[in-house]
Design a protein around this ligand. Structure first.
Ligand SMILES: [Zn+2]
Length: 226
């Protein structure tokens, strides 16, 4: 749909979910401008996580995890840029894969629990990790994870529920785009937390340190024999 005199490169909108952002407001190639570019932080953070995982020789599954975050964000960019039903797949399918991957990474050391409900396992894992992590900085990671999830979800809800009101404001706060940014940090924190837990399991004495005094990441020290 052409709005504001700019034509749409991708043709009419065919996706089923539409966000509050005005379509084709800035470019005829990008349907939802803010919702598209707001995925970039997620890609950058995933890249930071990937480099950290590779450099310290974490298990391959962590590289897969960070790469899957990147695929997720790129899929989301493609979807919000085109708003086509086919591309909607590229936004939703990786999300399901990612959930499966999280299950695998959290529980692969305990496959004998295979028959138990995955959801139960997931909750158990989160609670277990939160309660058992004596390390204060790891606890802070978990808290930041919950906080970004909550704030991000609020932004998403706000954008959906109050779209009519927001549309008459002079500036759209772009709740859906903010949701992307918060979820970018959220998935980075989730992966960092997983890396911490796994490293402790393996006896690699993990520490949470901060990049430029701000971005947490896991530093490990593998025993010489390994
Ligand atoms: Zn989105």
């Amino acid at each position: 749909m052409a709005e504001g005199g700019i034509s749409s490169f991708w043709g009419p909108v065919t996706s089923t979910t539409e966000c509050c952002e005005k379509n084709y407001a800035y470019s005829s190639y990008i349907a939802e401008f803010h919702n598209t570019i707001s995925n970039i932080p997620c890609i950058v953070l995933a890249l930071v996580g990937l480099i950290n995982a590779l450099r310290q020789r974490f298990e391959k599954r962590f590289s897969v995890l960070h790469i899957s975050n990147m695929i997720l964000a790129i899929g989301s960019m493609i979807f919000h840029a085109t708003l086509q039903r086919v591309q909607q797949q590229s936004d939703e399918t990786p999300m399901v894969w990612e959930m499966l991957l999280y299950m695998y990474i959290l529980y692969s050391p305990d496959w004998h629990y295979r028959s138990t409900m995955p959801i139960f396992l997931f909750l158990y894992g989160v609670v277990f990790a939160a309660v058992h992590s004596v390390d204060a900085s790891a606890k802070r990671l978990a808290k930041m994870y919950v906080a970004t999830l909550l704030i991000g979800t609020l932004c998403w809800l706000f954008d959906r529920i109050f779209c009519k009101e927001i549309s008459s404001w002079p500036i759209n706060p772009q709740g859906h785009a903010l949701w992307h940014v918060f979820m970018g940090f959220n998935s980075y924190l989730a992966n960092t937390f997983l890396m911490f837990c796994r490293a402790r399991q393996r006896g690699w004495s993990p520490k949470v340190v901060h990049f430029m005094g701000f971005l947490p990441y896991v530093k490990i020290e593998k025993p010489k024999a390994q």
